[in-house]
Design a protein around this ligand. Structure first.
Ligand SMILES: [Zn+2]
Length: 311
């Protein structure tokens, strides 16, 4: 009797030890996978930033476990500050990782996005001021005029922003006569540069940097003015062709935010590049940069730089 009990206990004990070691091995694999996903995402994000802001990002640097972009002005911008943040804190003070965490959907949408899905609504003010100007005065000096059919509007000429808006207009112009809905979504344009804070906050609007344009206004356009149902109705009739042309030229559309801003388009090349090259965080690919146009020499060089820094 006693013997049977001891044998049973030993069997139970061995079984548990086995289970513990299996769980530990699984945890190890999970940890490895997570750090792999983290590294892959970081490399992809930094590559998109380097392609999006080629004149402004001079180098990358690792210091005490933190990765920084070394900017043209000498300023260093941290990729991941490793702070745990609420949605609100991310909006106020996002690091570069936060600004790229949600992947912008490039396919057409008909519904309001799921709660708190706002790709492109998180902005690194350090990066924006580095590229487009550190004060109202400096930004104003960087503005140039772009023709939007009836009027000229001011847009920032740095980092190809105004040229990209010009390309949008060149593609839209021939469509205006044929496509009444597209024309109604575009005109009359509601404005571009406006040095102001976002209503109800003390954060600068992207309009302050001269990188955003508001098209024809409708009372259902803004999440604060409208109900979700009304916003959805407006979204479902919005010109997909117009959105596609803006996105092709590196603008994100506020219609693809749960906090929708349907008349708003914003020049954010890094967000569109990530959507184009790395639409899913699939770590099973052969290389972390699979999807990027590696035949371009500048991109090849950027990949080499990233790989030699982040092993
Ligand atoms: Zn706007």
């Amino acid at each position: 009797m006693k013997k049977t009990l001891i044998v049973t206990l030993i069997v139970i004990l061995l079984f548990n030890i086995g289970n513990i070691s299996i769980t530990a091995a699984a945890n190890d694999t999970n940890k490895k996978e997570n750090s792999n996903i983290y590294d892959v995402t970081m490399k992809q994000d930094i590559l998109c930033l380097m392609i999006a802001y080629p004149e402004y990002i001079k180098n990358i640097e690792k210091n005490n476990g933190y990765v920084y972009l070394n900017m043209k002005s000498g300023r260093k911008i941290c990729y991941d500050d490793k702070k745990v943040k609420s949605v609100q804190e991310k909006l106020v003070n996002p690091d570069l990782q936060d600004t790229l965490a949600q992947i912008y959907p490039l396919s057409p949408i008909r519904c309001v996005m799921r709660a708190d899905f706002d790709p492109g609504r998180y902005r690194s003010y350090g990066l924006l001021s580095e590229v487009y100007g550190t004060s109202k005065q400096v930004i104003e000096n960087n503005l140039t005029k772009v023709n939007i059919i009836y009027n000229n509007y001011q847009f920032n000429k740095c980092n190809n922003a105004s040229n990209s808006l010009k390309s949008v207009m060149e593609e839209l112009k021939p469509l205006l006569k044929m496509d009444q809905n597209l024309r109604n979504c575009l005109l009359p344009c509601s404005g571009t540069f406006n040095y102001r804070v976002i209503s109800g906050t003390n954060r600068l609007s992207p309009h302050s940097f001269g990188i955003a344009i508001d098209l024809a206004s409708d009372k259902r356009d803004y999440w604060k003015w409208s109900t979700k149902a009304a916003g959805e109705k407006r979204l479902s009739s919005y010109s997909t062709e117009l959105v596609k042309i803006f996105e092709k030229n590196n603008f994100v559309w506020g219609g693809k935010w749960s906090h929708f801003d349907i008349l708003h388009f914003e020049y954010r090349p890094e967000i569109i590049l990530k959507a184009r090259y790395f639409p899913s965080s699939n770590v099973l690919k052969k290389t972390w940069y699979e999807g990027a146009p590696i035949q371009e020499v500048s991109i090849k060089n950027a990949i080499y730089k990233i790989d030699s820094l982040i092993k």
